[in-house]
Write a protein that binds this ligand. Structure first.
Ligand SMILES: NC(=O)c1ccc[n+]([C@@H]2O[C@H](COP(=O)([O-])OP(=O)(O)OC[C@H]3O[C@@H](n4cnc5c(N)ncnc54)[C@H](OP(=O)(O)O)[C@@H]3O)[C@@H](O)[C@H]2O)c1
Length: 294
């Protein structure tokens, strides 16, 4: 059993690498070992490795920078998944690809279903949507759409807040965008179960697009307050407390790329299909903070 994994140094790729090792040989790559901006390099690499499954968490994830690097974002988020899916099709092997809540415009009042209309509002969201559509051309695909990923490894909101509360005496954080913080570890656990389900069943039929996030939701302001309270409880020496965080609306914090106001995703399809229990985001955040602070 040989797994080709991209983005091994990213948040999700790093967690997946550790988790998947028990399933067989994992050929895990970073951008130096497999540059996803080069379709020819991808083709040659897959031909050489001959994997039994491809897992692609790598992506161009710099949401604001993507607005001025459209072509590179398109290359990595749309063309690379297309080439990987084509190679998967040639080899008749499954592909698991990751995507994002940013494919939606965030205007729906309720959490998004897999079947809801995509309407990306940013270059990142648009290129991720195009990547999804390319992967969907090939039947044996699983697309995992997630939101607000955090991890003790890599760069994310949680780690930014931890840095800022050791330097600053006050912070402004937006309160009008809601979603579910989701740990890379939880995503690795879910992916592991899906890989096992596919491998254990030659007649596996449940390919398709799934939403997967931690349970519960919050906004960035309350998420930041939770991080600060918990970090202080764990003994982190800070220059401020959660009382020094001020909630602001998105229009007071302009960014190059537009973010969805509503990032909530319904996860019933994945939990029912794969009989999964997803954990609560607060528990996952506490776990990550313990790893970082202790
Ligand atoms: N982060 C979030 O909040 C979030 C939310 C929803 C969905 N997602 C999706 O979840 C997946 C995993 O995200 P993540 O948070 O783990 O992202 P991440 O930490 O930014 O990691 C992305 C990885 O992609 C790699 N990559 C970028 N350009 C590449 C290239 N040209 N060739 C090869 N590899 C390249 C990066 O390599 P380097 O390490 O060399 O830079 C990095 O390891 C992505 O599909 C993302 O769109 C993420």
């Amino acid at each position: 059993m040989k797994i080709l994994l991209t983005g091994k140094d990213g948040q999700v790729g790093f967690a997946l690498h550790k988790k998947l090792l028990s399933l067989g040989k994992v050929v895990a790559t970073n951008r130096h070992e497999l540059d996803l901006a080069s379709p020819d390099r991808i083709k040659d690499f897959v031909d050489k490795i001959k994997p039994d499954i491809i897992i692609n968490p790598a992506a161009y994830t710099q949401v604001d920078k993507a607005e001025s690097e459209k072509s590179l974002a398109h290359q990595i988020n749309a063309i690379a998944p297309q080439v990987l899916a084509e190679k998967a099709s040639e080899l008749n092997i499954p592909i698991i690809h990751f995507s994002t809540d940013y494919v939606f415009d965030g205007l729906k009042k309720e959490p998004y279903l897999e079947t809801d209309q995509a309407n990306p509002q940013s270059v990142y969201g648009q290129t991720k949507w195009e990547g999804e559509e390319e992967v969907r051309q090939y039947k044996k695909h699983i697309i995992l759409r997630t939101s607000w990923v955090f991890s003790s490894h890599g760069q994310n909101f949680l780690k930014t807040i931890l840095t800022l509360i050791q330097e600053k005496t006050s912070l402004n954080v937006v309160i009008d965008q809601i979603g579910a913080p989701t740990s890379s570890g939880a995503l690795a656990d879910v992916t592991y179960k899906i890989v096992k389900a596919i491998l254990n069943n030659p007649n596996f039929k449940d390919f398709g697009t799934y939403h997967v996030t931690s349970v519960g939701d919050t906004d960035w302001f309350r998420y930041a307050c939770f991080i600060v309270d918990e970090a202080i409880r764990l003994g982190l020496k800070t220059t401020m407390t959660s009382k020094d965080i001020k909630p602001i609306s998105s229009d007071l914090y302009p960014t190059l790329a537009k973010r969805p106001f509503n990032s909530r995703l319904v996860t019933d399809k994945i939990t029912k299909t794969f009989m999964l229990e997803l954990s609560n985001w607060e528990e996952e955040v506490k776990r990550a903070l313990k790893e970082i602070i202790h």
